[in-house]
Ligand binder design. Structure first.
Ligand SMILES: Cc1ncc(COP(=O)(O)O)c(C=O)c1O
Ligand SMILES: [Zn+2]
Length: 372
């Protein structure tokens, strides 16, 4: 049922080979044909695992889950324009990263692996730590020293071994690689099983729209785990004949760290790293995204675009959503600021879907300063 395939040299490996990159050092993807049995899907619990035959994990007994997913698709008005927002800040560890962690850690359990390492700006670390705790798998989470205190507390609460790395997010990515040589790297950016979880975002959206595709989706990207996962999901549904089109993908980055936006607008195929400035949107501040080339490709293929937002726009959007009763973290407010900018320039009505990626209670110290 499928195989790992190298994105550069095309070498293939069994899905049961416990590797996270090709022998040539490049990124792996998963070649796999999902099955969508609408009757069975409709009869199951409202969780992301209702698409069971579309997720490449062998045995049901290995599934690591909190019955997560199938988050509400709620209408929220932006400048009086209706946008459907997936409430992915309501996941068990309070960010959409649980989609990827549930599938990846289920696969880790299936492989019989007893300990993993991961690096993160915070939320992916929280998600991997939560699912490892649920599965009884040891994990070591590397994060930058200046990660939000609530995220650090959450990782500790899940009993993970926390490694605080001085310097930048890139220094953290560098530091984890030595451990990844020895242990299994449950990386949200390298490991292709993570994207087999984030793809359920697309399945849920289409099912909630009556098995139809929206016209446009607006998503954030640092490493692009939601953008690439959503693209996989929509493509699989289109190839299976369930929907007839893949939506246009609009990607939001912070203007202080926008390597994808920059490469896209000057027409490059790959993504040179950038110097990163300070930004409130800590979760998407990735100066050197590993899957950058893939992200550019899918956005171009869907006739999409990149938008950047400033910290002032993030703060305004965060406050506005708060006044409407929503508590999201500043990184998540970067996406909502991007929605406002996108809506200003559209000519006709479109069905737009976006997402709240992370809960505000993960960032109370930043929100406290913004609201002073
Ligand atoms: C709240 C939130 N939104 C969006 C993202 C962006 O995810 P990615 O880097 O996979 O594009 C992150 C990543 O940590 C996040 O924490
Ligand atoms: Zn290779």
């Amino acid at each position: 049922m499928g195989e790992l395939i190298c994105t550069v040299c095309n070498q293939t490996y069994s899905l049961n080979d416990p590797r996270w990159r090709c022998e040539c050092g490049s990124i792996l993807d998963i070649a796999f044909t999902p099955i969508f049995d609408m009757g069975r899907i409709a009869g199951r619990k409202p969780t992301m695992w209702r698409y069971r035959e579309a997720i490449p994990v062998g045995r049901d007994a290995d599934i690591v889950s909190f019955d997560e997913g199938f988050t509400p698709l709620l209408e929220v008005r932006f400048r009086d324009f209706p946008v459907l927002i997936k409430q992915d800040h309501l996941f068990p560890s309070a960010s959409y990263k649980d989609r990827g962690a549930s599938v990846l850690i289920s696969k880790v359990k299936e492989l019989g692996i007893k300990s993993v390492v991961e690096d993160s700006s915070g939320n992916a670390g929280c998600a991997i730590a939560a699912y490892c705790a649920r599965a009884g798998i040891r994990c070591e989470i590397f994060v930058p020293e200046d990660t939000s205190p609530a995220k650090l507390a959450q990782i500790r609460l899940y009993n993970a071994s926390l490694k605080l790395i001085p310097g930048s997010r890139e220094d953290t990515a560098e530091a984890v690689l030595a451990s990844a040589e020895k242990g299994y790297y449950a990386s949200h950016s390298w490991n292709p099983f993570f994207f087999q979880g984030t793809k359920t975002f697309a399945y849920e959206v289409c099912e909630q729209l009556g098995w139809k595709s929206p016209d446009t989706i607006i998503l954030p990207a640092g490493n692009g785990t939601l953008v690439l996962g959503a693209f996989i999901g929509f493509t699989e549904l289109r190839d299976a004949g369930v929907i007839d089109k893949i939506p246009k993908i609009i990607v939001v980055q912070s203007e202080n760290c926008a390597p994808l936006y920059t490469a896209f607008h000057i027409g490059l195929r790959d993504v040179p790293p950038v110097e990163k400035g300070d930004t409130l949107a800590e979760g998407i501040a990735i100066a050197d995204p590993i899957r950058g080339e893939q992200i550019l490709k899918v956005v171009r293929e869907t006739d999409g675009d990149f938008i950047t937002v400033s910290d002032d726009e993030v703060m305004n959007s965060l406050r506005e959503l708060g006044r409407g009763g929503f508590c999201i973290e500043p990184t998540s407010a970067a996406t909502t600021a991007g929605i406002g900018k996108y809506i200003e320039r559209i000519q006709s009505s479109e069905v737009i879907v976006s997402v709240f990626t992370g809960h505000g209670l993960k960032s109370t110290e930043k929100i406290g300063k913004i609201m002073k």
